[in-house]
Ligand binder design. Structure first.
Ligand SMILES: Nc1ncnc2c1ncn2[C@@H]1O[C@H](COP(=O)(O)OP(=O)(O)OP(=O)(O)O)[C@@H](O)[C@H]1O
Ligand SMILES: [Mg+2]
Length: 285
């Protein structure tokens, strides 16, 4: 069952002086069980789009087909519980998503809400605590005693514990140290490979290149490109025009083309020496 957006508009505070268009005529279709990256400059509409996946925001115009639901401006807020179980969201600022007294209660909330017994909920909560890389001792702490990175992991565990069919993540790895970010990305990739759809908002083009099957590019509320990473990153002028970076390896390769090598490097050591020679002076104070 694919995900389909059809001519979706979203207007913030319509009819007021604060009126602002968040989405402008957005249409696309996504195949199941893929890893999707959602990118674009700040303020381009990524978070707005994300919140439409489980009807936290409903379109002002157009329609969305997702997980067996057809969402239109008229869709009532009732009967969306099952949709929220099938399609879950980790917000850009996940602190806002934590509200219970302890970490354990926070992660157990979803399973209990969706009908698990006390015991099942606890088992699942501990399982996901460990999957997101947190120690058991943290379970009895208040979520508000945790570091930003730990809070984020709790919020992610609290969403993944419900095993949604579609997992939407709004910059989940922003601000994490490189090793934690790698672990997180691996967790999401494994989740996708286990037969789920993952939709990731990110500013990290290396992650897009490495993980995404498909990329959605937003600008001023419009979807300006929907393609595979290799096609997205092919046109350097287009990227520059839209304030998008190339992935590091491709940037490096472009730079390498401008390097002068005193001799043609034939071994890895010679290549490294040649690169060092070219970089001489770049890192001087
Ligand atoms: N609650 C709101 N009320 C009014 N306008 C809003 C609201 N939330 C977002 N906007 C506006 O809608 C546009 C899209 O915002 P959105 O948060 O979707 O961008 P984004 O791509 O997620 O940006 P970022 O990369 O900074 O997170 C922006 O111009 C923003 O100012
Ligand atoms: Mg955002």
């Amino acid at each position: 069952m694919s995900i389909k957006f059809e001519k979706v508009d979203y207007i913030y505070s319509p009819g007021t002086t604060m009126e602002k268009r968040g989405l402008d005529n957005v249409s696309f279709e996504l195949a199941d069980n893929k890893f999707i990256a959602l990118i674009g400059h700040t303020g381009s509409g990524k978070s707005t789009l994300m919140q439409h996946f489980n009807a936290l925001l409903k379109p002002s115009k157009g329609s969305i087909d997702i997980a067996g639901y057809h969402i239109t401006p008229q869709t009532s807020n009732k009967n969306l519980k099952e949709l929220r179980k099938r399609v879950s969201l980790v917000f850009q600022f996940p602190e806002a998503q934590l509200f219970e007294n302890t970490v354990l209660e926070d992660i157990e909330f979803g399973p209990k809400n969706f009908g698990a017994t006390e015991k099942e909920a606890k088992t699942q909560a501990f399982e996901w605590l460990s999957k997101v890389g947190l120690p058991e001792e943290i379970a009895t702490k208040s979520p508000f005693e945790l570091s930003g990175g730990q809070m984020r992991r709790v919020a992610i565990a609290g969403v993944m514990v419900n095993e949604p069919q579609v997992l939407c993540l709004d910059e989940p790895a922003a601000g994490l140290d490189p090793r934690s970010r790698k672990e997180m990305m691996k967790l999401f990739l494994n989740y996708q490979k286990a037969g789920h759809t993952v939709i990731l908002v990110t500013h990290n083009m290396d992650d897009v290149a490495e993980f995404a099957d498909d990329v959605l590019v937003m600008e001023h509320g419009q979807l300006i490109k929907h393609d595979k990473p290799e096609n997205i990153f092919k046109d350097k002028n287009w990227l520059e025009k839209h304030y998008l970076m190339e992935p590091t390896p491709s940037r490096f390769a472009s730079e390498l083309a401008n390097y002068n090598f005193a001799q043609n490097p034939l071994t890895l050591d010679q290549l490294v020496d040649g690169i060092k020679e070219n970089l001489k002076g770049e890192f001087d104070e």
